[in-house]
Design a protein around this ligand. Structure first.
Ligand code: SF4
Length: 461
């Protein structure tokens, strides 16, 4: 039997209705999820929807959810609830929820039982079947659920609607095998699976040909890229191949797991002129006891060896990190070890979070959960220390010259345009001096949280 083209069928249905059919994808969480959200937008566009940047008045709203923290989950329930009235007033409106949250049984059940106005609920792996779910929902006027088993990743060759005109995400792998005891990712996104290098390189060439200036290679643990592929290739080798693509662009990647970070990778960063001098290397804690209970499989000493090696191999490298405060059983002494590691590692920036208990993880049932006021106090102390260090790192770059991709990512005040340097520092320059795109910049002053830059004209280089 010939395969039914549900995308075409939805297009036909929409063409019979008047007006522009708008769709909004509300994505929560990590960059990987944003990349998935862009694919959902691509699928929606193929069905005949026009992508808009707000849920207000949209005919189709998809909540692409994140399960990493409890707060994000609460926000999703709140935001879905807000649309109940709009859904009642517009019988053609479709509300869908997908992503990591709904891969958890108790959440899917909650949407099924308590949110009858949610029309479609689907897991990440079911994205290619979205047109079929939409078609069946419209024609049968029934709610659609497609969560079951499957790879927790987006299939190859899906259309994509890129939200940014300068920076493109490029997933190189999906899922995770590490089972950190606090994390739901392996439970909701499945086991680690690397994409074929030829598919990644083909997509990278397309991105460059389309004029994008920055590619971020994405994976939960890019350092273990290549595991399980028939033709073995390491992440460092992949990085060198992406770097060899001709064009005016730069390369970033995230996230690196310290246990798999190698000298080979650090040397590739040094050798590849398009790869930024920047590594995001999440440590999570400075206490070996806590790291052990988190199942991170490295020690604070090993982490520091990596930091020292990175600084020895890559000139002017900056390192950022993720930290969790208040992990079950974290003593004041453990927390002090984290403060001590911050002083030694001197990250240019950190993403710190108070531990969030996630159902189904090993940490959720560990004894000695830390009271919120204790965690909040530690969190604030860590933040204060990091602010000081970040300002010092920014100040240490004053007087240097670097390349900045100006794209207005950060609001840096009227009359200024912002960008990130090759070392991932926030730099601003007067709007009158530079347009969006790459520019050589002299870093003349630190503003603490950012640097004031002076554009070096081409003839001065
Ligand atoms: S490495 Fe650990 S924290 Fe990161 S996604 Fe995998 S299990 Fe979660």
């Amino acid at each position: 039997m010939p395969e039914i083209n549900f995308t075409e069928k939805v297009r036909e249905l929409l063409s019979k209705r008047e007006g522009v059919h708008t769709a909004f994808v509300h994505t929560y969480g990590c960059q990987q999820n944003f990349s998935d959200g862009e694919k959902l937008e691509g699928i929606l566009e193929q069905m005949g929807y026009t992508i808009v940047d707000s849920a207000e008045g949209a005919e189709f709203v998809i909540f692409n959810t994140c399960a990493i923290r409890e707060n994000a989950e609460k926000r999703v329930f709140g935001n879905v609830g807000i649309l109940k009235k709009a859904h009642e007033e517009n019988p053609d409106m479709i509300i869908a929820v997908c992503g990591c949250m709904v891969q958890q049984e108790h959440i899917a059940k909650k949407f099924r039982q308590s949110y009858p106005f949610v029309d479609i609920v689907f897991g990440t792996h079911a994205a290619p079947r979205l047109p079929e779910l939409v078609y069946k929902h419209i024609t049968a006027k029934k709610r659609q659920f497609d969560i079951g088993e499957g790879e927790g990743c987006m299939a190859e060759y899906l259309p994509i609607h890129r939200d940014d005109d300068m920076k493109a995400n490029l997933p190189i792998m999906h899922g995770c095998d590490n089972f950190c005891t606090y994390c739901v990712v392996p439970l909701v996104r499945g086991r680690e699976k690397s994409r074929l290098p030829e598919n990644i390189l083909a997509e990278a060439r397309e991105i460059v040909a389309a004029g994008y200036k920055e590619i971020t290679l994405l994976g939960q643990n890019v350092n273990s890229y290549g595991k399980g592929l028939e033709n073995k290739i390491t992440f460092a080798e992949l990085l060198r191949e992406v770097n060899a693509i001709p064009g005016d662009f730069r390369i970033k990647f995230m996230t690196s797991h310290p246990k798999d970070c190698t000298r080979e990778l650090l040397e590739a960063i040094r050798d590849c002129e398009k790869v930024c001098n920047y590594i995001h290397l999440p440590v999570q804690s400075g206490s070996n006891d806590v790291l052990h209970r988190m199942n991170r499989r490295y020690t604070a000493e090993h982490y520091m060896e990596l930091v020292d090696m990175a600084r020895e191999i890559i000139p002017d490298v900056t390192i950022t990190s993720d930290l969790i405060v208040g992990f079950p059983g974290e003593t004041e002494e453990d927390f002090e070890a984290t403060m001590e590691l911050s002083r030694k590692a001197r990250w240019s920036m950190t993403y710190s979070f108070i531990y969030s208990k996630r159902e189904g993880t090993k940490a959720a049932v560990m004894e000695d959960q830390i009271p919120h006021d204790v965690s909040s106090n530690r969190f604030q102390r860590l933040l204060d220390l990091q602010t000081e260090i970040s300002h010092e790192i920014n100040a240490s770059f004053v007087g240097k010259t670097t390349t900045v991709l100006f794209d207005d990512e950060v609001d840096v005040g009227e009359g200024y345009i912002s960008g990130r340097s090759y070392e991932n520092l926030v730099v601003r320059a007067p709007r009158t001096d530079v347009q969006k795109g790459f520019a050589k910049v002299y870093l003349k002053e630190s503003l603490g949280w950012a640097l004031d830059g002076e554009i070096i004209k081409t003839e001065e280089i």
